[in-house]
Design a protein around this ligand. Sequence first.
Ligand code: GLN
Length: 233
Amino acid sequence: ANAAEAKKTYTIGTDTTFAPFEFQDVNGDFVGIDIDLIQAIAEDQGFKVKIQSLGFNAAVQALQSGNVDGVIAGMSITDERKQTFDFSDPYFEAGPIMGVAANNDTIKSYEDLRGKRVAVKVGTEGATFAESIKDQYGFTLATFDDSSQMVDEVKAGGSVACFEDYPVLAYGIQQGNGLKIVTDKEKGGSYGFAVNKGQNQELLQMFNEGLANLKSSGEYDKIVANYLGEGDA
Ligand code: GLN
């Protein structure tokens, strides 16, 4: 695009406390893989973004009602969501996994959840997975709006476990959030950038082109390594 041309600004909805994808750093600045990625893509493709940190479910609803142009929020590409949204090419592998308090020695498998309370985040793939096994294993669900509330609930013992995306839980544990992993990760969709079905196709196209450019230039790996270290990039 011509430098003299006014750049178009897109409003992008995201989650609140979902490190390393979106979170506030020690200075209170909003950072993370998703944030750096959309900003680098905007730079590469010549558009501007206005980030709105709404919470996961709120961001998805804001997209559906047209209050934001797109969502980048560690949002899993699922068949059900594809009926409502168009997704970019996948940019990160994920899937839900169970987390328990680091000092809990009684929960070692889903069988141990019988009669207990399990924390989930509203509208997420982890919540859908927990819902799908709760009758089989005989546990109840407590629903939260954001991931930090969910972690606090498990640490405080209100729930014996939570279901969270694997890369987010693993990062949190590494940062000392007081949880641990005792089971294998479940299958889940990769993360994609979403727009409303049939809308903002130009933005979706630019996301895909920008993502491909960042991958071939090595910038994508740099962004990921900046949060996860070289080994995981
Ligand atoms: N990847 C999960 C989903 O799409 C969770 C996303 C999130 O909590 N930000 O449902």
